[in-house]
Design a protein around this ligand. Structure first.
Ligand code: PLP
Length: 386
């Protein structure tokens, strides 16, 4: 289906709501029945109709249809945030004694789930450099039931050969989940590449305005039903109707925002790269990126986030640079209207900072919707001060 049709029409049955162009927010907890038989049917299969908004809700369903179609997937579940989506997607597919192979340094709360929560349930994880298919093969044990991918990673943009990892998993009966937040389905469609569950945080590009949170899982209807019937209903972390409505609104402008951010990011990357105070820059679509060929092969585009390091081993200089920015804000998250930076050293105790460690010097930037020349001027004056 055409992307314009998905975004503007799919799932929107306007005749049910006075032909309003914008869909209503079905702010209701429950749905009434006239017949006991119908109520019984809803109990039997809660994913088959409207019963209670911890399960399905009509506003959320509009969003589900659009997001599934964008990903080229049969079905979709939307959660209250990305971390909840990942938690449910993984937890629904594990049992005591299982083993996970994961890319190293996955998103913070995934790492925490693997290191702190899952061991309490007898599940262990092995972290690998996921860029080479041999590493997946080598790390796979007889009890491996799950592969966790994040491509690209949101700090160093490490990527995995998605089709190959998915094919290996299929041949071993292993379930795959990928964090596709960086690309969104506009720049990468993991389900079409053979991945079982494509996840993205809707907090970032889908919402797009830094004013709400959400998380998405896409995959086969059977997989979504499996997650819905247990974790989705039990944890109760489904997205609320108002937030779903904000996500539908965000989707209307997703392609336009991604197009602009792609253009501005390329301009800001070119500026940073040539600056004499910059040591290196990491961006998947930059020719110097170590996995540039693979990135070009499997991604339709790259934008927004990139990481760079200044020619300094001093924490104070990194701090001064970040604190000197006048317009680019310092904050977690990304994908909104506002450009951001975040230094890796903020998460490292000053005594543990090691200037000879590349990663400790990472500064991640997100390019938002501002004019690129406005951002470059701000970077220029901050770089001049160090
Ligand atoms: C933000 C983020 C998440 C988590 O999403 P939330 O909506 O904040 O829970 C997961 N993966 C990546 C790469 C992220 O940037």
């Amino acid at each position: 289906m055409d992307i314009s049709q998905i975004i503007n029409e799919l799932g929107e049955d306007r005749e049910y709501y006075f032909n309003a162009v914008a869909p209503p927010i079905m702010q209701t907890s429950n749905f009434a029945f006239n017949k006991v038989a119908d109520l019984s049917k809803a109990f039997e299969n809660e994913m088959g109709g409207y019963l209670y908004s911890r399960g399905l809700n009509p506003t959320v369903d509009i969003l589900r249809k659009k997001l599934a179609a964008l990903d080229g997937a049969e079905d979709c579940l939307v959660f209250n945030n990305g971390a909840a989506a990942i938690f449910a997607g993984i937890f629904a597919n594990l049992k005591y004694g299982d083993h996970i192979v994961s890319v190293k340094a996955p998103y913070t709360w995934v790492q925490r789930m693997f290191d702190v929560i899952l061991p309490r349930f007898g599940v262990t994880a092995t972290y690998i450099n996921g860029g080479k298919i041999e590493n997946w093969e080598k790390a796979t044990q007889p009890n491996t039931t799950f592969y966790y991918l994040e491509s690209p990673n949101s700090w160093d943009f490490a990527i995995q050969p998605i089709k190959e990892v998915a094919a290996l998993a299929k041949s071993r009966g292993i379930i795959t989940l990928i964090d596709n937040s960086y690309c969104t389905p506009l720049y990468q469609k993991p389900v079409e590449m053979g991945i079982d569950i494509a996840m993205q945080t809707a907090t970032k590009y889908i919402g797009g305005h830094s004013d709400t949170l959400g998380g998405v899982l896409c995959g086969s209807h059977a997989m979504m039903k499996k997650i819905f019937d247990s974790e989705y209903l039990n944890i109760g972390s489904g997205i609320q109707p108002f937030n779903a409505w904000l996500m539908i609104r965000g989707l209307r402008t997703l392609p336009a925002r991604i197009e602009r951010i792609t253009k501005s990011t390329a301009e800001v990357v070119q500026y940073i790269k040539q600056h004499h105070k910059v040591e290196f820059l990491l961006f998947p679509f930059d020719e110097t990126f170590p996995q540039y060929e693979l990135a070009k092969k499997q991604m339709n585009g790259a934008c927004g986030l990139f990481t760079f390091a200044l020619k300094t081993d001093k924490r104070e200089s990194i701090v001064r640079f970040c604190e000197s920015l006048q317009h680019i804000m310092m904050a977690v998250s990304w994908g909104g209207h506002e450009s951001l930076v975040i230094p890796k050293c903020a998460g490292i105790q000053p005594g543990d900072f090691d200037g000879s460690n590349r990663e400790h010097r990472y500064i991640r930037m997100y390019v938002g919707l501002e004019e690129s020349k406005y951002l470059i001027a701000d970077l220029e004056q901050a770089l001049a001060g160090i």
